[in-house]
Structure formats: C-alpha cells, structure tokens
Design a binder for this molecule. Sequence first.
Ligand SMILES: [Mn+2]
Length: 317
Amino acid sequence: MKKLKEEFNSFLEKYKDSKLVITSHSNFDLDALCSCIAIKSVLPNAVMALPDKMDAPAKAFADSLGLRLEELGKLNKEEYEGLVVVDCATSVLLGEGKDWEIKLIVDHHHKSENPLSAETFLQDEDAPSTAEMFGEILPEVSADVAFVLGVAIISDTARFKSARAHTFEVLAKMIEKSGKKYPEFLVNAEPEVDLENKLNVLEAFKNMRIQMHGGYVVVTAVVPAHESLVSSSLSELADIAFVAKWKNEVSESRVSSRARKHVPIMLNDVMKEAAEELGGGGGGHPKAAGCSSKARPGETLDKCIEVLIRKIDEVKK
Ligand SMILES: [Mn+2]
C-alpha cells in the first residue's frame, strides 16, 4: 500500500492541475461513483463523466448530493489531457476507454480479459472496494469525501460480506472524519427499494416454483421485469434462483441466476450451456450469472434446471 501511495503521489505531482476526465465502468455503482468523487477532490480541474447510466443506489446518492456528471461520449477529447479510470480496468466495461489516453487507473478487480492500459496503474486485488484504496492513498480526506468513501465501502462489500480487517479500520476512520453517524452511511449504502420494485419482488415470491435438487433448494420464477433484483432477493434464502423475463423488443428470454456461497456449481457454466442449447448467449460469475435465449421464459427455465441437474450430478460423482 505504501508503494501505491507513492505512485499516486507522483501521479498527483504531475497531473494535479491538469484538465482530465474521471470515469468508471458501465452502469456506475456506488464504488464507481464515490471513487470518482474522491479523486476529483484532488484534481480540481478535472470533470467527472458517465459512460452510460447509474444503478439505482448510485443514482439516488448522486441526486442527494446534487451531483451532475458529464456524458463521456459527448466530451470533446481534444479539450482534455487524458482519462482517469477508477473501479474498472477492462474495456469490456468501458468501451470508450480504448479511444482515450489513460493517465491513471485505480482498481481492485482481478485482472480480466481486454485490460485497459494506463501510464500509472494502481491495482490492489486484495482490496474489497476501490473506495477502501482511496481511503488510504489520498493525501488528505475531507469530511465530505470521508462520507462518500464510507458509503461505498459498505455498499461494495455487500455490508462487509467481502470485508477484511483492514476494511473496518478504514471505515472507522472515514466515519470519524465525516462527523456523521453510521446509520447515515447505511441508509445511503443500502437505500430502500422503491415501491414498484418491492411489489415486483413480492409478486415473484408468490408465483415462484420451488424444487429440490441434490439437497439444494432451487427456485424459478417468470417476472415482467427486474429479473436481477428478483433473483438476488430470492437467493437471500434459496440456494439457487433462476428468474426469467420475456423481452419483446428482441424476442428473447433473459435469465438472471444467483447461487448462495456454499453451492459448488458454477452458474456461469450453467448459463452458458443452457443458452447454447437455446440459441442465445450466457455467462457471468460463478454465483451470479445470466443468459439470453430464443425460447419462451418457461422453456428457458426448464433448460436451466436440466443443465443444473447435470452439473450437480457431475459434482456428486
Ligand atoms: Mn468496486
């Protein structure tokens, strides 16, 4: 960390007054947004820009701070000296990254496909959030910056599920510096789901199908929208959840799947195989994956279960 701090300081010495653009990955989450705010605090002439949109918690937080970001695609590259990318290091999640000269990347994700390159590359794969990295490498942290970093730390660790001892040290420091109390952090890190989405999730609970396979509780549901919120809500209790919706514009089913930590099945493989058999594409992470399919939602879910059972049998062999 000392080395990262030194490298960050040399970057600052060189670029602190530069006209840079600060951005992050597609569909900004709180870690992306708050890391942008944090680095903006030491780059007064930089602007913050969004590649596309924000997720609901990030948008609500930006609104509450009265923050407006530029649209990355609309900026004139000639007017800026380069790009600063936080919480992202791959062009998969930041296509425009390839068109810019990247001066700095600060990120905590594992190395992935299509990495972006930068003049200064600060990576800490052990950090559970980019915000935690900023809590340490920033030469000074104001009360406002301490507040946003604390919010991002709570959010990006899924309220400490992926935290390490150090996370709590940094967070304690941020809370102290901010002059605010912990509940104020929590309410912004985990904002209330809006009424429509709450009803959506609860409707899905009512209509889901529950099965047992290989000792795991597997649930499926067809929903009109918000399949990823529904699948993550269902998997608070169910071991494995598959939630499908029909997307009329493209005549496709979309499936969001989640598994709990102890499930030894790679859902990205399940999604990939199911989609291949149904003329779509699939992938993601072992515990959170998705796919598209040309078949209707019901048939697609049946296929997901079929592939899942096959994988469970392989594991049990
Ligand atoms: Mn992050």
